[in-house]
Design a protein around this ligand. Sequence first.
Ligand SMILES: C[S@@+](CC[C@H](N)C(=O)[O-])C[C@H]1O[C@@H](n2cnc3c(N)ncnc32)[C@H](O)[C@@H]1O
Length: 671
Amino acid sequence: MTEMMTDDDGGDGKLSKCIVHLPRKWTSDNLKKFLDEQGIVHKSAKKKKGMVVGFVTFEDAEQLKTAVEGLEGKCIGSKKIKVADVIPRSFENKAKQGVVVPQRESVNDEAEENSVSDGLKNDCSNNSSPALGGSSMRARSARDVVTPLAHMSYVDQLVHKVNALMQMLKKLTRNARKACPSGVSLPDWILKSKERGGLPCELEGIMESPLTDGYRNKCEFSVGYSLQGKPTVGFMLGNFREGVTAVEEPIDCPNVSRIACKYASIFQEFLQCSGLPIWNRFNNTGFWRQLTVREGRTNRKSSDTENSESSIAEVMLILQVCSVGVDDATVSSEFERLVQAFVAGAAESAPSMPLTAVVVQDHQGISNAAPADAPLRLLPIPQPNNGTLAESTKDGKEARIHDYISNLQFCISPTAFFQVNTLAAEKLYSLAGDWAGLDQDTLLFDVCCGTGTIGLTLAHRVGMAEDVMGSLLKEYLHSIPQNLDEVTSASQSHKEAISAESESAVADKMLETESVTKNCPEINQEASGSLGIKEQVSECPEEKSSTSGSGNTPAQQFKKVVAIVDPPRMGLHPIVIKALRTHPHLRKFVYISCNPESLVANAIELCTPSPENNEKGKKDNRAWRNMSSAGLARHRVKSMPNSEPFHPVKAMAVDLFPHTPHCELVMLLER
Ligand SMILES: C[S@@+](CC[C@H](N)C(=O)[O-])C[C@H]1O[C@@H](n2cnc3c(N)ncnc32)[C@H](O)[C@@H]1O
């Protein structure tokens, strides 16, 4: 639905603006032309490349009113225009403190899905889950935005999540049924789904988070202006793409620790008198952009939920700035003053707060999502007693805090992924290990391993938990008995799948490196290599042929090959799905997902019977960009190489994100 949002710019009645949700390909000229055609008198109209909103300025409130009336009921293409108020460009209202801004009245579904804060974001958490309801655009506080379920009791939240997940899982059955090639019988799991009310397998329940409050070990606070125009460090009340830039303090957000809130408030106070400007999202200028607070906790059991704050032993602060055009001396002096403010605030707080490292990330891009190679600089921290600077290397990449999962200590670098709710993550990994049926005869692949927490915490349950997937899979394929027709043909398909040059290039690009901790519970040793699986496909230029003492290669040593996959929100890359599905010896795997919608889409591809003659190579001009993830998955099934499908065996939810609509979903797939 097309949307038009209006903004009275602060009550002086002279200038008003609209933001129009537009086709992505439109330019400012298209927008102007459209407004002219409709006879909409306006002062200026702009649309930024790649964005789905345009900004329309009017001479006065009367002109705005006429425009809104003129646009009522009109369409752009097939989409109907909708009019709503928008939260103002708060930075322009700085001088007009105290102005009450009109609340947005209505928004489209898509906007609602994306309407929430980027404040608590990491791979696994933003409040944009269509599956679990999204959050309200009418939010007026950070609490409403980042923890929209906080008004419910925890039990009600869990029930709400289970119900939402059931609806999502039913999509898997419906779509796999639709995608099943004609002439191929429906698999048993689809036929029996009626007995489960449409579910592809039993959803066994939901595991509670040991901690429900202050559980996050990482919070990303945006820097911006509040609705009242005050420089604020907190969470955005909506999405910039919809023109929402207001930032509100994280007060009363139950998932944020007191320590994280306090550091945000120290920084906010500092900004009131900083000589450098805060980031302006409209013209992409300014200096201060974001504050990330990362906490490292002491080793505790999941039953130790009392006084969770006292377990926070280390804190790393990561400041994101854009230093373009600011001289080095000014920057250094501002950093020094800020670090002093953090140190003083931490010492004055009761109880005092840890401060382990302050790192600066210099980033010039438009969005706050900085590339992995954005420069990091470690700031020296003065010692509270004598005012001297603590010893520090200057490279921010070397900054570390530590946290524990299942008695293992992990070194966490400033940008590494680490589950935000450590105690609940421990439960999640343990469940995945149980369902994977690990034993000493198992070779375990930890796919999308990140810091390696899954492989490391489960290493003691398997025969081996390291090495590289590519060389092992290839080695394994060579050892496949030749008399098994079915197996051989599937292997051939697998080889075809992984030899496609263009796909390999894509996969190469996907590889990334993160810091990991070695698999030694008692030592805290950091490794720069990878443990578990970094490579998702068999692209291994320098294959090493290692053999065990028995003369067997590593792969031959193990009777079972099991994968636990834990991809980012977008799910598994199609080439990985193909690799998993067409490898005949992979009989079971556990899929962990922080985005049930992408799990469902991937499971459609993994569990639908493949066509006898796949459509590989056929030209298809369908507008795949407009397809839903499930629709796209159905489409991909058509070109799946002939291979035995998996079936969903059971699913379980694990609540890593109390008070938000999010939740991890674990599914066991077998064949
Ligand atoms: C949901 S996290 C899980 C990480 C880890 N299993 C854990 O629980 O800490 C997904 C991880 O996949 C990594 N990742 C993203 N894209 C990837 C890719 N194409 N290949 C391998 N890993 C990827 C991310 O960096 C992130 O560490």
